[in-house]
Design a protein around this ligand. Sequence first.
Ligand code: HEM
Ligand SMILES: *[C@@H]1O[C@H](CO)[C@@H](O)[C@H](O)[C@H]1NC(C)=O
Ligand SMILES: *[C@@H]1O[C@H](CO)[C@@H](O)[C@H](O)[C@H]1NC(C)=O
Ligand SMILES: *[C@@H]1O[C@H](CO)[C@@H](O)[C@H](O)[C@H]1NC(C)=O
Length: 314
Amino acid sequence: MAAITIVMLTMLSVTSVGSALSVNYYEHTCPQVEYIVAGAVHEATLNDKTVPAALLRMHFHDCFIRGCDASVLLESKGKKKAEKDGPANISLHAFYVIDNAKKALESVCPGVVSCADIVALAARDAVFLSGGPMWEVPKGRKDGRISKAEETRQLPAPVFNISQLEQNFSQRGLSLEDLVALSGGHTLGFAHCSSFQNRIHNFSPKQDIDPSMDPSFAAMLRGICPSHNTVRNAGSPLDSSSAIFDNAYYKLLLQGKSIFSSDQALLTHPKTKALVSKFAYSPKEFEFAFVKSMIKMSSINGGQEIRLDCKVVN
Ligand code: HEM
Ligand SMILES: *[C@@H]1O[C@H](CO)[C@@H](O)[C@H](O)[C@H]1NC(C)=O
Ligand SMILES: *[C@@H]1O[C@H](CO)[C@@H](O)[C@H](O)[C@H]1NC(C)=O
Ligand SMILES: *[C@@H]1O[C@H](CO)[C@@H](O)[C@H](O)[C@H]1NC(C)=O
């Protein structure tokens, strides 16, 4: 059954995207690629349980700015600030995992595997290592030569409503179904207070707290994040089982226990609300939809070269 799912999804990605990406891309030039990337992700995760969430979010950020071209990995050069140093970089980390995988790959098949492919594979491995689905990643992305801090403003913001989210996703060829399925990425990881402050303090002129939130959940978050928050890394896990890739995110969302306004917004449109209910009810439906949408998101084009060092252009 699992094998059938993988095959069907692979065919779907090839026909619907029509790009040069393919599952067997490195079959002859670097057959060890999957094994090496998975090893790097696994090793890092043993030492730091926050690595899988970081790698999944890194891939999302990469694909939403200039396509999946590893622009997220480039370092700033003097005054020219790269995405890494842009406003949305809060909590992006674990870049060293990509560097470790790249180093290992350069020693066995130099100049062959793009950094963008490593990021895409690492995101898949991160999901699988966290108990989520396994799928075949189409490969053959190229790395980009441009990364601008101000372009991180193109990322959807956690305060977005459903029409803003829909627009932002559709500009990347992603549907409302993709939006709901990919938001399930919030089954992993952590958010800083600043990312959901809008919901628990001064929500509106009349209400201090977002009325769509469960009151005890809101009170708990206010306990962690007072209005004049002085604890630097304070925040909340994104769901109740934030190291496990499961559908708890959707169940909590239906109970008013989501973290961001952009999560809550999924309940404000009949179509997205129905999908949330479906994914809350069926872990299998969620996994199937998530894989399909990840392959779609990770096929957004960008890039021209195979970088030798993921941090700098050739
Ligand atoms: C729908 C639009 C989205 C918005 C507005 C959004 C916003 C955010 C914000 C504000 C954070 C917390 C940053 C912080 O406070 O440290 C976050 C974390 C995260 N997001 Fe999203 N996100 C969206 C979609 C996605 C997608 C599509 C994925 C992947 C499929 C994803 C995966 C993650 C993960 C895994 C984390 C936790 C990161 C960590 O713990 O290191 N998000 N997101
Ligand atoms: C994130 O960007 C800020 C500037 O907006 C910068 O000071 C900080 O060092 C960056 N963080 C990382 C991890 O790159
Ligand atoms: C996505 O949202 C941001 C923030 O509002 C906006 O600047 C951007 O134009 C939107 N769309 C795209 C494709 O970046
Ligand atoms: C979403 O926000 C935008 C900008 O503030 C606003 O124009 C729009 O009407 C809002 N849409 C919904 C469904 O609330």
